[in-house]
Design a protein around this ligand. Structure first.
Ligand code: ADP
Ligand code: ASP
Ligand code: MG
Length: 440
């Protein structure tokens, strides 16, 4: 029998009305047996996500010794949901215990994880399902890395013979016994982990859009839906800013060839997007599959004559960044030039100064320049490598739109072309590439 794991995101869990939609989706298919949930998200624009309210609780706790004020908003959200759903259980005491544990644990990650915990408690009540706490089945090692084998075994054991269960996303337990969260948007990873552990036939990821779109719908109005994506294309697009799915969520499912299906909770009849291993993936026929962009990078440009023949040049530059604990995103290079692209958040002014000094001392460049406030835009698709003139079309489109391209990197996977532009040009750049390859 097919076995489906479904993950519902923040908008799907926002209030009683949306949770009822979740309930109907889950109960309409007996194969949907394991449900992973996010914390309630925004109900309207300007609303605050429960996870953000909880980060506020932690700040208040640090400043004032308790978080009564900020937690009152969390309490109100959940009491409202339980009332709206007409559930008859003692949510007040669950909330009291949660507040007390936030007070005693005094941990940011513990506090942040409570949105998923409380949402899963409510969803389990609503579905008449078993609640399985992520802290008992998802584990991290002493370096904070996800412990796959131990977690898969614990999830398999906890779900054995269980017809319907709800598991909170976003967190697990660290080697020190304390709660640890994934990065933001990490419930997508939890869903993938559960899918892998129970050997699901599909990992359904239910969100508020009808699939993975060719670009961010907040930049281009109603972009085309991508019917099917390969794991590799997904990885490139989500890493580069298409945050409809967390970029780490493919790792657990990829090894077991479990397809991911992105679906819309608010239009469940829409087909959605399938994310498949390359062997099962059917190319769309489009040259470009999708476009995504991310802001706030810093580019260090280095020029030196005969750089290419100087053995160890690149290693020396990279070893400086390694010493300062800065990870490198891209290294486009020419005969006498190389650029190093890093996330601006990983640097402060002092660190940047020191890095530049060290590079100067290490390789004695002829010239160095730093560009800040840079956005990277990835144009991704398996069809690009076999199609002549793709980059020419892309650059002509950008020139016609008046976008100044600061750097180009054709990824070695032949799956993407990355361009760097000023932060403020990112939206214009994505819209121009979209128009060129998808029309209108
Ligand atoms: P959830 O709370 O369900 O996890 P997210 O907010 O994390 O949902 O992700 C869904 C949102 O991702 C969409 O509402 C959309 O605004 C945004 N998004 C960005 N890029 C894309 C894209 N290429 N396709 C679809 N949605 C995208
Ligand atoms: N609630 C968490 C966040 O806001 C995790 C998630 O939604 O996936 O980042
Ligand atoms: Mg998300």
């Amino acid at each position: 029998m097919a076995l489906k794991v479904c993950k519902f995101g923040g908008t799907s869990m926002a209030d009683g009305h949306t949770m009822t939609k979740v309930k109907n989706i889950v109960l309409s298919d007996p194969d949907r047996r394991y449900v992973v949930v996010s914390a309630p998200g925004k109900r309207f624009s300007g609303d605050i996500k429960v996870t953000d309210l909880l980060y506020k609780c932690y700040s208040e706790l640090m400043e004032h010794g308790d978080c009564k004020l900020a937690f009152a908003a969390v309490r109100k959200r959940f009491e409202g949901i339980v009332r709206e759903l007409g559930l008859d259980f003692d949510m007040a005491s669950v909330l009291d215990k949660t507040e007390a544990r936030i007070d005693s644990e005094r941990s940011e990650e513990f506090t942040a994880s409570r949105g998923e915990y409380l949402a899963a408690v409510v969803m389990a009540q609503l579905l008449g399902a078993q609640f399985i706490d992520a802290e008992d089945v998802i584990f991290f090692d002493e370096n904070g890395a996800f412990e796959d084998k131990k977690s898969y075994a614990a999830i398999a054991a906890a779900t054995e013979g269980v017809k319907l269960a709800v598991i909170p996303g976003f967190y697990g337990r660290g080697a020190d016994g304390k709660i640890k969260t994934f990065s933001r948007g990490g419930s997508d990873i939890s869903g993938a982990i559960v899918a892998r552990a129970v050997g699901a036939s599909v990992y359904e990821n239910w969100t508020d859009v009808s699939g993975f779109l060719a670009c961010d719908p907040r930049i281009v109005d109603s972009p085309k839906r991508i019917k099917s994506l390969s794991y590799k294309e997904l990885r490139e697009l989500s890493y580069m800013g298409a945050n409809v799915l967390h970029s780490e969520s493919i790792f657990p499912v990829r090894k077991a060839n479990i397809p991911i299906l992105i679906k819309n909770t608010f239009r469940p009849e829409d087909e959605g997007t399938s994310i498949l291993p390359i062997a099962q993936y059917k190319p769309s026929g489009n040259i470009v599959t999708g476009i995504a962009g991310k802001k706030n990078f810093t580019v260090i440009f280095i020029e030196k004559s005969h750089m290419n023949s100087e053995v160890g040049f690149v290693r020396k530059v990279l070893s400086v960044l390694e010493r300062y604990g800065v990870s490198v995103e891209h290294i486009p290079s020419g005969i006498d030039t190389m650029s190093v692209v890093v996330e601006s958040d990983s640097l402060d002014n002092f660190k940047l100064e020191q890095i530049l000094e060290s590079i100067k001392a290490e390789v004695e460049p002829d010239f160095m320049r730093v560009s800040e406030n840079i956005a990277l835009i990835a144009t991704v698709g398996h069809g690009m490598s076999s199609s002549v003139g793709t980059s020419a079309r892309l650059f002509k489109a950008l020139a016609d739109a008046g976008v100044n391209v600061k750097m180009i990197d054709q990824g070695s996977s032949e799956l993407n072309i990355i361009v760097a532009v000023k932060n403020e040009d990112m939206e214009k750049c994505i819209a121009a590439i979209y128009r060129e390859f998808f029309g209108n």
